[in-house]
Ligand binder design. Structure first.
Ligand SMILES: NC(=O)c1ccc[n+]([C@@H]2O[C@H](COP(=O)([O-])OP(=O)(O)OC[C@H]3O[C@@H](n4cnc5c(N)ncnc54)[C@H](O)[C@@H]3O)[C@@H](O)[C@H]2O)c1
Length: 359
């Protein structure tokens, strides 16, 4: 049996966590031979509800679940964590302006970034799920000066999985037969689901689909799928979000399958001329806890148009919370890409090499 890894989860009494925690404990995220400590973090008002979830986890007697601890503060919650999954976020209240929402969340994620920097394992991998996920990841990362930005990511795997699932339904094929779908940009309705590089049964997808359907039906449907779920179900995605979190972390840790890539929001290093210093969803390949942005793909005019819209939105989000980004972080951005310019080289993955060596 391997040594247990510590997995910290915020928003642990929320809807997504209720679907997620049992699957982490069952070994779906890190493997059937990897024991876990669960460090569950909530706001003080939700600790009673969290206690109930912890009791149910205990009652499942999962062989891989080493122990559970409950925390109402991030400092103890992230202590020695190897993985941190940041789900808890402030929802948009009635009458709240978008900039107020960005600021309210930026305050939460700056505190969590500082706590991760101080108390988590130095090799920690952080996934931000709580919305606005890309900008929350930027805030957390910029408040963790001792860690590499490559240790942070935000979730666009749900959008990626939706893009695969909806295409496979349309073409009546198995999702496994679809590869190289890309979500570019923000986890928001400006995201761009790109099928120009995608393959189905080993052949390019674009000649196999109707261009009108792709532009006028498929793209807007993926972009607005979150709202569609809320309209139909009365609440936002839970099980599919939990599955996407499992997939994202699993692939980051264990690697992307052969001849495929996945979408992950990571710190832009200037690839595809995206401004440095925003979390942007790119096609990546992962290997042992590190990722590599896939470079060199051609963007046609349609793609470039979509691309600019989503990049612009992320720059505006960043400007709205700029006052909470430490100045040093912004000053160091220029040199950031220089570590990553050779990322076309096969095997050049970003991030600390070892993940579990300091327990
Ligand atoms: N990136 C994505 O693909 C994606 C997909 C689905 C949902 N989301 C986002 O994930 C977030 C959570 O969704 P949910 O359905 O679980 O929401 P929820 O409201 O059911 O649960 C959120 C939980 O977070 C807790 N929380 C709030 N602030 C916290 C803090 N500072 N520290 C610790 N816990 C805190 C709340 O008490 C609550 O229990 C939302 O922001 C949602 O928009 C993102």
């Amino acid at each position: 049996m391997k040594k247990p890894v510590r997995v910290a989860v915020t928003g642990a009494a929320g809807s997504i966590s209720r679907a997620l925690l049992f699957r982490i404990a069952a070994g779906d995220m890190f493997g059937k031979d990897q024991p876990v400590y669960l460090q569950l973090i909530e706001v003080p008002q939700a600790i009673d509800a969290l206690r109930g979830i912890a009791m149910e986890l205990e009652d499942c007697a999962y062989p891989l679940m080493h122990s559970i601890s409950l925390h109402d503060n991030p400092d103890s919650g992230f202590s020695s964590a190897h993985y941190a999954i940041l789900i808890g976020a402030r929802p948009r209240a009635q009458g709240m302006e978008r900039s107020d929402l960005l600021t309210a969340n930026a305050e939460i994620f700056s505190v969590q970034g500082q706590a991760i920097n101080r108390y988590a394992n130095p090799d920690v991998r952080v996934l931000v799920v709580g919305n606005p996920a890309n900008t929350n990841a930027l805030i957390a990362c910029s408040n963790a000066p001792d860690l590499s930005p490559t240790q942070f990511s935000a979730l666009t795997r749900l959008d990626h999985n939706r893009a695969v699932g909806i295409l496979s339904s349309k073409k009546s094929c198995n999702p496994q037969d679809i590869r190289k779908v890309i979500i570019w940009g923000n986890h928001s309705p400006t995201m761009y689901p790109d099928l120009h590089h995608a393959m189905m049964h080993g052949n390019p997808v674009m000649p196999q689909i109707d261009t009108e359907w792709y532009r006028n039906s498929y793209i807007p449907r993926i972009q607005k799928r979150g709202a569609e779920i809320i309209q139909v179900c009365g609440h936002s995605s839970t099980s599919s979000a939990a599955q996407a979190i499992i997939d994202h972390m699993h692939d980051w840790v264990h690697g992307t399958r052969q001849n495929d890539y996945v979408s992950m929001s990571v710190m832009s290093d200037g690839s595809y001329d995206v401004e440095k210093g925003i979390f942007f969803s790119y096609p990546v390949r992962c290997n042992y806890g590190r990722y590599q942005i896939i470079n060199g793909l051609t963007l046609n005019d349609l793609s470039r148009d979509y691309f600019k819209i989503t990049e612009q939105e992320l720059l505006e989000e960043r400007d709205a919370i700029r006052h909470l980004i430490p100045t040093d972080f912004l000053q160091n951005l220029e040199s950031y890409g220089s570590q990553t310019t050779n990322n076309n080289v096969p095997g050049h993955y970003l991030g600390p090499r070892k993940i579990n060596d300091r327990i």
